[in-house]
Design a protein around this ligand. Structure first.
Ligand code: SAH
Length: 354
């Protein structure tokens, strides 16, 4: 059941220990409610004026102490009072223990591809450090935390990695729950390992919430499976940020020869260099190549071409984009085409021989 009620202009009675309630308090205030917060039954009983008819009673789950989440404990009498008056009751998750860092993979940019753990970590955050590959436009709806864009400083420069590491540690040591929200998965070209190490070195507890990596999900958005039976039994994810060396091109061309799929992130600017390098290393000119821009986002676009014509055909492509090289590119849009009612196996076979 999904219940929608308007809280603007109403009073919400919030019951729960102060620290554990801090984010719920902000959520109700943001929803426009006046919040009467009581951190103990004694405080409730001692209140001079109680709201006569609150719109809602919210109880924050107890933090610890071996009690089940819906054990009302000392609050039972207060809750009975409001229940008998017909006031709706909701349960709120407690804010987590203070002073830790969670590295959260935000997926390729669509809210639907955030994991349940990512949503929970955002709800539990006091401060979120994000950059623009993460689904940052959703943040206002997912968290009451202070939002810090570390993708850009006011002067439009990126915050250096050492400064991000320092901010993570400093906020956590000040007792805040910090989320570092990153695009895709934190451990795929995300510098998540460095951030985890910086926290560990400073004695700050750090947890990683894996995300859906663009290396798989962006090709999928264009209907390209990175592996497919009898087509490709291996995929390799490469950073195209720095130009590859001749020997790297040779290794990749060799992998391509075994039917492997090459997936290149951060590779648009260096695509001409990559394409010519792979050709020099002997990869066939007819090898299928796709550039998928803004996967799972507004303005998603797929350009399908071949290695021999890649530079000319992809010159209008821009970041963010994932490049896919290999026979699986012939299957692009296979999901849509399967909807035409053909057997997937036959369809794949016909696409591959086309
Ligand atoms: N940790 C991320 C990758 C960070 S590197 C992950 O696992 O996805 C940044 C690169 O990811 C971009 O240059 C681009 O190649 C790719 N990328 C991320 N999101 C993308 C999207 N929505 N559409 C296309 N490419 C994307």
């Amino acid at each position: 059941m999904q219940l929608e009620i308007t809280l603007a202009g109403t009073t919400v009675v919030l019951l729960g220990e102060a620290d554990a309630s801090r984010q719920a308090l902000l959520r109700y205030r943001r929803a426009g409610a006046a919040v009467a917060h009581f951190d103990s039954p004694a405080a409730f009983l001692a209140a001079v004026a109680l709201p006569a008819r609150p719109g809602l009673v919210a109880i924050v789950d107890p933090l610890a102490g071996g009690r089940a989440a819906n054990d009302d404990g000392d609050w039972a009498a207060v809750l009975d009072h409001y229940r008998s008056a017909g006031v709706p009751l909701v349960r709120e998750p407690a804010a987590g223990a203070r002073g830790h860092v969670t590295l959260v993979g935000g997926g390729p940019g669509s809210r639907g591809l955030l994991t349940v753990h990512a949503v929970e970590a955002l709800r539990d955050a006091d401060v979120v450090l994000f950059d623009r590959l993460a689904p940052w436009r959703e943040l206002e709806r997912l968290t009451t935390a202070q939002l810090v864009d570390v993708g850009k400083l006011p002067g439009h420069h990126k915050v250096p990695q050492s400064e991000i590491n320092r901010l993570l540690v400093e906020h956590a040591q000040a007792g805040l729950n910090v989320v570092r929200l990153k695009g895709g998965d934190p451990f795929v070209f995300g510098r998540g390992g460095e951030e985890a190490a910086a926290c560990a070195e400073a004695g700050v507890a750090v947890r990683v919430v894996s995300g859906i990596s663009s290396s798989i999900a962006v090709p999928a958005a264009a209907g390209i499976p990175v592996t497919h039976r009898e087509v490709s039994h291996c995929f390799t994810v490469i950073s195209g940020h720095a130009p590859l060396t001749a020997s790297e091109h040779e290794h990749l061309a060799g992998l391509g020869g075994t039917g492997a799929t090459l997936v290149v992130l951060m590779g648009v600017a260096n695509l001409p260099h990559l394409a010519s390098g792979l050709r020099r290393a002997g990869m066939p000119l007819t090898t299928p190549l796709a550039v998928v821009e803004r996967g799972h986002q507004a303005g998603q676009r797929t350009t399908v071409t071949e290695l021999g014509r890649a530079e000319a055909d992809t010159s209008a492509c821009g970041n963010p984009a994932v490049i896919v090289i290999g026979d699986v590119v012939r299957l692009a849009g296979i999901g849509d085409r399967a909807a035409e009612g053909r057997e997937l196996h036959d369809l794949a076979a016909s696409l591959l021989t086309a």
